[in-house]
Each structure stands twice: as C-alpha cells, then as structure tokens.
Design a protein around this ligand. Structure first.
Ligand code: NAP
Length: 320
C-alpha cells in the first residue's frame, strides 16, 4: 500500500523545522522536504542578533544544522528533494519531487523565498563573477577592493556592514533618501567610516570584462548618469516567494505569496503555509518560527477533526 504521511513540510528553514518539531512531538508521521541544506535563508547570515535566547548572537550556518538536529531528535524525517508539482487526489496531497512521489494528508508550505533581481544588463552575466547575494560567502574575495551594495532594507545594511571587514570601501546605493532598515542598523552604518551612501540612485547596468569592473548609475531626481568603479555588486532588494509549483492550486496574492488566515490555513483543506512564503508575513526569523508552530497545530487539529473553516473569524481551540 502507498505510504501516506500525516504532515509533509516543504522547506527546511526556521518555519519548516519549527512546524516539523511540533508535528513530530505530536507523534504525527511527518516528513520535511528540503532541496539544499538545513537553514534556508539563515545560511546567508553571518550574525543573527534578533533571535531570542542568543544574547551574543548566533551564526546562521550554526543555527541551520541545530534546527534539523532538534526536530529529527523528536522524530521528524528529513529528505533532500526538490518539489516540482502538487496535485490533489480527493483529500490526499500528492507531491512530485525529483526523488519520486510523496503523499500526505496535510501539507505545510514553508518554501521561503529567493533574492529579487534588478533585471539589468550584466546582472545575470556576472553572477558569481562579482555579482552576489551573499556577503558572508563572497565578501572575502573582494578584500581591499571597493564594492557596492544595492538596497535600503535590513538585508542591505546588515551585509554592507559585514563587507566593511573586507572591502576597501562600501557604497550603499539606494533609490530613495530614506532607509527602510531598522534604526540600529542605520546608526551602525552611519557610524562606519568605510561605508557611504549614494541616495536617490539606481543601477542601470553592470559592466566588466571577465569580472565586474564598474556600474552605471542614474540619479532618479536629475537623470544624471555616472559610472562607479567597483569589484563587486551585492544585491539586496527584497525577496520573491517560491510558490511556482502551487500557483494553479492555492490562492496567491499579487506578489505570489500564499494567502492564509491567522492559523496559516489556505482556502484548500489541509494545505497551510508558514514563514515568508505567506502573505503579510513580518519576515523575521522569530515570526517564521511562530508561523511554523501555528501551522503545525492547525494541521494537527485538521487531522484529528477533519474540520477546515479557514477565515480569521474562526475561534480555534487546541484541545480535543
Ligand atoms: P526589504 O525590506 O523589502 O527591502 C528591500 C530594499 O530594496 C528597499 O529599500 C527597497 O527600496 C529596495 N528595492 C526594492 N526593489 C528595488 C529595485 N528594483 N531597485 C532598487 N532598489 C529596490 O528587503 P530585505 O532587506 O531583503 O529584507 C526582507 C525581510 O527580511 C524584511 O522583513 C527584513 O526586515 C528581514 N530581514 C531582517 C534582517 C535583520 O533583522 N537583521 C536581516 C535581513 C532581512 P524602497 O525602500 O524604496 O522600497
């Protein structure tokens, strides 16, 4: 007989492993599918200082394996596989993966997001040759060279500050003159001598020979075009949800994020979403963990009762 899991979780980030931990602890037959490595986006973070319980901060590459260790110790199964498609056979959710078919009664989508791109000439061509989305991975390659960081959010400033350890100079290029990043990061960035801002400016092209050599800039107020010599461009202009495989089945918002209620339930019975793949996510590690726990509790309740009344007016009681 074909094996049917109680709960399958797509994505091995904080949201996914927290959901897995809760599911396994409730003795569900639970499987987490991850395509790369435990941790998801946190693997790019060298120093996480806003996850409670770690007063000295923790590196993302330390937290990632700990998440997996914790959940598997409680009984979660983990498989390295990429989900390609989803379809429904009555109440059973059937996932096509690059390692075969997986069937489950409840599905928690915690597939996260990937870095948004600028869509400018040179961006794709020089990816890995000076264009990067990971300062922790690539920063050291540009020791004593000038680099640029694009964006004005938390990620841009976090990574720009990290890059000042290596680069001769870091220029943060932002399309407005007000930053989106939290105040603490803004204060640190403004107090760092090696880091300067270029306001009201967008990048029109990335140029070079074998590797990045310069970027072409445009002042959005005056239209003036200039060029800047840099050895690398680190792009942090937000995130795009990984939801292509369920586009035809589960309602998404205009940004491609999964629409859920406060219990992480989608309109499809037994399908939930957690973390920054869902709409209105605060997109923080701690809220991803909260989403994961909430989604698992709601999935467990669905498995026990068969009830599915997605909607924020629904009063949820955990005890059966
Ligand atoms: P974000 O907060 O969405 O910021 C994206 C930045 O890129 C914004 O400043 C935006 O400009 C700019 N931008 C967007 N599209 C652009 C374009 N086409 N050209 C030029 N600039 C563009 O994204 P994020 O910084 O990646 O952060 C994502 C989420 O993760 C956030 O919720 C953030 O708080 C969280 N995060 C937190 C931490 C931390 O707590 N340390 C670290 C990393 C990420 P505008 O401001 O003009 O829109």
């Amino acid at each position: 007989m074909t094996h049917i899991y109680d709960i399958v979780i797509i994505g091995g980030g904080v949201a996914g492993f927290t959901a897995g931990l809760y599911a396994a602890r409730d003795r569900c037959r639970a499987l987490l599918l991850e395509r790369f490595a435990a941790g998801g986006q946190v693997l790019n973070c060298e120093h996480i200082e806003n996850y409670p319980g770690f007063p000295d901060g923790i590196a993302g590459y330390t937290l990632g394996p700990l998440l997996q260790q914790h959940a598997t110790k409680l009984g979660l199964a983990v498989q390295l596989a990429e989900v390609q498609a989803l379809h429904l056979e009555e109440t059973v959710k059937v996932l096509q993966t690059d390692s075969g078919e997986v069937r489950t009664k409840a599905l928690i989508v915690a597939s996260g997001s990937r870095f948004a791109t600028l869509g400018i000439p040179g961006e794709e061509e020089f990816l890995g040759k000076g264009v990067s989305h990971c300062a922790a991975c690539d920063g050291a390659f540009f020791s004593d060279h000038p680099v640029a960081v694009i964006g004005g959010g938390d990620a841009a400033l976090d990574e720009a500050l990290l890059l000042t350890r290596y680069a001769s100079h870091v220029t943060v290029i932002h399309r407005r003159d007000t930053l989106r990043a939290c105040q603490l990061l803004q204060e640190r960035a403004r107090a760092t001598q090696k880091l300067t801002f270029r306001w009201n400016t967008v990048v029109r092209a990335i140029e070079g020979n074998e590797r990045v050599q310069r970027i072409l800039l445009e002042d959005v107020k005056t239209g003036q075009q200039t060029s800047m010599n840099v050895a690398a461009v680190f792009i942090y202009i937000g995130l795009k949800p990984n939801t292509e495989f369920l586009r035809h089945l589960v309602p998404l918002n205009e940004r491609g994020q999964i629409v859920t209620d406060l219990w992480m339930r989608t309109a499809i019975p037994g399908i939930l979403a957690a973390g920054d793949v869902r709409h209105e996510s605060a997109r923080q590690l701690i809220t991803a963990a909260g989403d994961g726990a909430t989604a698992a509790l709601a999935a467990i309740r669905y498995l026990r009762t068969g009830e599915w009344h997605a909607g924020n007016d629904y009063v949820f009681s955990r005890c059966q």
